[in-house]
Write a protein that binds this ligand. Structure first.
Ligand code: PRP
Length: 216
């Protein structure tokens, strides 16, 4: 862990654009090519900040192990990973929710036998709390396919615009929780670099509230 540089783990993909906008609003001088480059490590010219671009699901891992001091991760990914990181700020970006969905005709009380999901830990916790025994089928994507081809009775997945459900003839049955992106911090980094990280947290909070700020 380099003590003079702050390494930020960024989630590539869907959240990336929102995260970049927020960082610019917080005063980070991200280069114009930031969103289009295929490079995985980017150093800011003006300040001692290094950005690493990871798969969203891996961001908590980079932060827990200290390969990154801070990171931006969805609440869904954070909960599912159970990684030992500090969750410092609800950034209020990339809002969506997690829900149970299935083919029309399933009621809330229908006993689902097989549930397909990218979130086996969250889904398992949800059904355990309800005292329902289900068979969880872990998939890596295109979860909506599972009930269409008889692999599962229902799914637990993220709903954003609802387009994927609609276009595949599925309906939302029950909402589990709201999801948004969070600023996470490695506990050791926080101890070693507290003043700098507190400064970043402060600027991110102000950017989240819609106030443009400049980096000191
Ligand atoms: C996510 C999620 C849903 C979809 C929901 O998948 O798992 O499939 O987005 O978005 P919508 O409500 O706006 O249609 P993602 O696109 O991340 O890809 P994946 O299927 O590979 O998980």
């Amino acid at each position: 862990m380099n003590e003079s540089v702050i390494t930020v783990a960024m989630p590539k993909g869907r959240i990336f654009g929102d995260a970049c906008r927020l960082l610019r609003d917080a005063g980070f001088d991200l280069p114009a090519t930031f969103e289009s480059t295929r490079k995985l490590i980017l150093d800011l010219a003006s300040e001692p900040f290094r950005f690493i671009l990871a798969k969203p699901v891996d961001v908590p891992t980079y932060v827990e192990y200290g390969a990154a001091d801070i990171g931006i991760a969805g609440k869904d990914v954070l909960l599912e990973s159970g990684r030992d990181v500090y969750e410092m700020v609800d950034l209020g970006i990339s809002k969506c929710h997690m829900a149970v969905a299935g083919l029309p005709g399933h009621s809330r009380n229908h006993p689902f036998l097989k549930i397909a999901t990218k979130y086996p830990n969250i889904a398992s916790d949800f059904y355990r709390r309800r005292g329902e025994q289900v068979d969880l089928i872990a998939l890596n994507g295109s979860i909506e396919l599972a009930p269409l081809v008889g692999l599962a009775d229902a799914i637990v997945d993220i709903v954003s615009t609802g387009q994927t459900l609609r276009e595949n003839g599925l309906v939302e049955i029950e909402k589990l929780m709201d999801v948004s992106s969070r600023l996470i911090v490695n506990p050791v980094s926080y101890r070693l670099k507290k003043p700098v990280i507190d400064g970043i947290v402060e600027k991110m909070i102000r950017a989240t509230e819609g106030t443009k700020v400049g980096m000191d």
